[in-house]
Design a protein around this ligand. Structure first.
Ligand code: BMP
Length: 228
C-alpha cells in the first residue's frame, strides 16, 4: 500500500477541514512533511472536486473521509465519482459487514484502500459507537486495510494493535482535541491525523516541526509491533 511506503517520510496525515491564509501560503512546502492528506465534506464544500484534483501528488496519500455510512449503492456512487483522485476511503463500521463487504468489492476494483472507524474521539462516542469496538476490529480484520481509532482513548489503539497485527491504524484526536502528539504512535498507531493544530496555527511550519520532533521521540521510546 502506498501509505506504508510514506511512513518513512512522515507519520502525519493532515486533516484539511480548514485552510488558514498562512496554511495556503505554506501549503506546497508543508506537503513535503506529510504522509497524507485527509479531505472530508468541509473541504469538498469549500473547494469542490477541482480542489481535490489539485491535491494529487505521488508522495502524498489522499484519504477521503466522507463519513460514509449508507446503503452500498450510494457509497459506490461516491467512491466512483472520486476514485481517480484518492488512494483510500474511510467508512463507518456500524453499517454492518454486509454493506462493507459490498463496498470493499467496489473499492478493490477501483484500487482504493478501505479504512473502518472502530472507535471515535469525542466524549459522546462512549455512549454508542465505542461500545461495539470489539466487533468492529474483527470486521476490520477481514474487510479493511486499516482502521481509525482515537488518540483520546489510547486503550482502543493498544487493543486494535494487539488484534490487528498487519493493519494500518490511523489516529485522530491529537492536538486540539486534547491528546498529546505522539501518544497514538506510542500506543501502536502508524499515523496521527492532525487537523486544526496545523490548519489554524498562526505558524503552521513551526507547528509541523514541533509535531515531527514529538513523533521522533515517540517512535524512539516505543516500538510496538506495527504493520510497518
Ligand atoms: P482536529 O485535529 O482538527 O481535531 O481534526 C481531526 C480530524 O479527524 C477531523 O477531520 C475529524 O473529522 C476526524 N475525526 C475525529 O476527529 N475523530 C474521530 O473519531 C474520527 C475522525 O475522522
Amino acid at each position: 500500500m502506498k501509505l506504508c511506503k510514506l511512513a518513512r517520510k512522515s507519520r502525519i496525515i493532515l486533516a484539511l477541514d480548514f485552510m488558514s491564509e498562512s496554511l495556503k501560503r505554506n501549503f506546497e512546502l508543508l506537503m513535503d512533511y506529510m504522509a497524507g492528506v485527509k479531505i472530508g465534506i468541509p473541504y469538498i464544500l469549500d473547494h469542490g472536486i477541482d480542489g481535490l484534483k489539485k491535491l494529487r501528488r505521488d508522495d502524498v496519500y489522499i484519504l477521503a473521509d466522507f463519513k460514509l455510512a449508507d446503503i452500498p449503492a450510494m457509497m459506490h456512487r461516491v467512491i466512483e465519482r472520486v476514485s481517480k483522485y484518492i488512494d483510500g476511503v474511510i467508512v463507518h463500521a456500524f453499517i454492518g459487514s454486509e454493506a462493507i463487504k459490498k463496498l470493499k468489492e467496489r473499492a478493490d476494483d477501483l484500487g482504493i484502500d478501505l479504512f473502518l472507524v472502530v472507535a471515535m474521539t469525542h466524549k459522546g462516542a462512549e455512549e454508542f459507537i465505542n461500545k461495539n469496538f470489539n466487533r468492529f476490529i474483527k470486521m476490520a480484520n477481514e474487510l479493511a486495510s486499516g482502521v481509525v481509532a482515537p488518540a483520546t482513548y489510547p486503550e482502543y489503539i493498544r487493543e486494535a494493535r494487539r488484534y490487528l497485527r498487519d493493519k494500518i491504524i490511523l489516529s485522530p484526536g491529537v492536538g486540539t482535541q486534547g491528546a498529546e502528539f505522539g501518544v497514538a504512535l506510542m500506543s501502536g498507531a502508524d499515523f496521527e491525523i492532525v487537523g486544526r493544530s496545523i490548519t489554524l496555527s498562526p505558524d503552521p511550519r513551526k507547528m509541523v516541526q514541533y509535531i515531527r520532533e514529538k513523533h521522533i521521540i515517540a517512535l524512539k521510546n516505543y516500538s510496538p509491533q506495527t504493520s510497518l
